[in-house]
Design a protein around this ligand. Sequence first.
Ligand code: NAP
Length: 484
Amino acid sequence: MSDTRDPRVLIVGAGMSGMLMAIKLRESGKQNFQIVDKASEIGGTWRENTYPGIGCDVAAHYYTYQGVPNPEWSTRLPQGAEIQQYLLGVVEKHDLRRRIAFNKEVVQADHDGQRWTVRFKDGEVEVADFVVACCGLLHHPRYPDIPGLKDFDGAVFHSARWDHSVPLEGKRVSLIGTGSTGAQISSKLSERKLDLKVFQRTPQWVFPLPDRRYTQVEKSLLRVFPWIARVVHHVYRVAFENLFAAAVIKPCWQRRLMGWLCRWNLSTVKDPELRRKLTPDYQPLCKRLVMSMEFYPAIQRPNVQLITEGIDHIVARGVVTKDGVLHEVDVLALATGFDAHAYFRPLELRNAQGRTLSEVWEQGPYALRTVAVPGFPNFFFTLGPQSPIGNFSAISISETQIHYILRCIEMVRSGPCQTLSPTPAATEKFNAFVRAAMPDTIWVTGCTNWYMSKNGVPSAWPYSGARFRRELREPDLSEFDVAA
Ligand code: NAP
């Protein structure tokens, strides 16, 4: 191994958590790191997703690094472009750009018992003591397997690959999908001069989360007194964790309240037939809630039509539903979600015994405390299996995970061991603890949702945010196989 006083850390991904990892490494005095990203700019999700109406339904001041407050947020719920601007500002403020190698896609990493040899798509190779995959969660677009999709004559693209060169004004636009993304796109497109058909397979519960603009006075106060931003961050964290996050864990007043608010929101749809079509047959929160005050008004606009008949196939001129109707269309947008269980793959890992991550995760991804897999020493990741997702700020979750990962790196740096990887026993104990809480969660109450793994266990966190922080406060060396 290289000098254990200063192990080499390779960070994969220059998105929100990769940059945080770099900042925290530097703050703890470790300079021997590099970030690599497959793209030519930072930002991850917020660089890739530019669809009309893109925003975050987590409060801006909570969707912010604790150490880098942002007094300039213009609205309570930030728009995608504004988040990307914030992240670009963080890169400059922390002088990270020179530490990032762009257009470097990692495809394979092999551990020889001491170090990782990392291979890039362009054929280059690097060696590192630690690899930390900060690749985000929802970044593998899921394309629907609708027969004939390839036969469509017009423009077709996924929400995460929005083609801004395609004109929409005056066109017949069809949107497949009514999750958080579909709701944001249809809300925005409904304001434009175009005909929009929204294809809904399953109705969603829509929570009326209000947005508002921040005043100049508020921004000035935050500029002058940064501690106010920290207090606001904390207040939003407490609010989100005690409402949205608490509601999914077990039956409680928060679950009832949120359900009531969703039903009230639905009742604002005037046409009873449309309201019936929009009414889910499962409990609120089972699927990740759509947060929007705009979706129901949008779907009632005269240029918008909700199609609930199932899609049968697609032909050159449009979408054919199961009732045989051809919906002629010029542009087809797919808001059909992501593979939430791919994590940092297609990056493949191989350990010194020749086992690959694909083999180890064949029955479904699992991890110790959401950040590491047995058999793969000195390899860590953020937003891994069982992470609190969906109802928390992903930035806040990454902060907790990165703190834990740094402590692991510190143990190697200052201790007698060169590598550490989770023991299978500790990993199984952690996952049994997570599974034990699942029966009370809302995710298993009878709906399809993207949390569900192929092993039948939702890949989400069934305890409180405070419990998550406690579980990742300090690594316990007895949970790791260590090699000197
Ligand atoms: P999603 O929630 O998985 O929704 C995908 C939609 O596409 C669903 O309505 C699904 O219907 C539909 N669909 C998929 N395949 C289909 C097919 N073959 N035919 C017809 N319909 C099909 O994906 P998403 O909307 O991109 O959101 C994913 C997650 O990203 C969200 O839950 C949220 O956590 C996050 N997100 C957050 C924000 C934010 O503001 N923070 C914004 C956007 C996204 P079924 O329900 O029937 O499967």
